[in-house]
Design a protein around this ligand. Sequence first.
Ligand code: BMA
Length: 373
Amino acid sequence: MKKGLFILMLIAGFAACKQKETLIEMKQPIDKNATKETVDLYNKLFKSLDRGIMLGHQDALAYGHAWYKEAGRSDVKDVTGDYPAVIGWELGHVEIGAEFNLDSIYFSDMKQYIKDTYARGGITTASWHGDNIVTGNTAWDCKQDSVVRTILPNGSNHAKYLAWLDRVADFFLDLKDKDGKYIPVVFRMYHEHTGNWFWWGNEQCTPGEYKQLWIMTVEYLRDKKNVHNLLYAYSPSETQDEAHFLERYPGDDYVDIVGYDSYVPGKDSTAIAKYKEAMERNLKIVTGYASKSNKIPTIGETGMESIPDSTYFTQVVYPLISQHKIAWVLFWRNAWKKNMPDHFYAPFIGHPSAKDFVEFVNKDNVLMNKDIK
Ligand code: BMA
């Protein structure tokens, strides 16, 4: 064989190996047609597990404690100097074609905040407290046990619900970056379903019905509406063990990210003790299942309302989460309305827990926006 040809073959061989290696290394989300940016985000999340835990805050850019819509502002940034790495948004009322969500954020503003976050290298996740389609009341109207059944194929509200999903799809399809590419989003839908406070809860539908609702939604958004910029996150409220966690799990083919929601159930030390116990248990369940099934583990929502314990972040949360590899911990929103002065989960300037929060975000393994660019 000519020397030149041999060298060429050698190079081609190396290139093929390299390509195969890259293919093997790349994790694929459940959407086989996911956009490149969505696959990249999924892989970025896997890589970030070795670096630390990203800090998340719900509604971070739209408002904060006692302020609403101030360009560039965020309570977390006011206190720490940087934006959270993960920002959560709430889609409730997008389904009915409203201009603003159930916490008074204009969807047009939300889209801009998501674009700004992406441009900064941050990550967006969305929850959806969609209305009760039977009564027209909120997601918390859970007196019936038949809402999900009416939504499933052949149900009396199936067609109407698909029209609601059309609006959800339109929202996601309207998220494009400056180059016109779809912005990837983590969709944490039908959450806290092991509780009984939403129409999709555990007393409101059977495990089979819940799984069908989930699968129907994924297949409709992905296969009918061609939404390919989503990663799907499964996030029950606290569960007792893996069997409980999986009782309503729609299957590995329908979930990219697993997590749970857990809050301090009160303001005193007894509540904190209960929280620690629930967090430890749920962190084990979620990280255990994630590593078995090759999914990303997260804490979907958490916090201590009004943070009465000024060392909550370094003394309660940090010792719990730093034992585990999880992609992020998302603290719930800081309400802006005057009638909800105690409804906040991250400190604002002047709050007694602000110093502790700064110490928390400065830990090497707690990641802010600047750490994940
Ligand atoms: C709940 C509360 C409500 C809010 C809802 C959806 O936990 O914060 O005030 O409307 O989430 O964001």
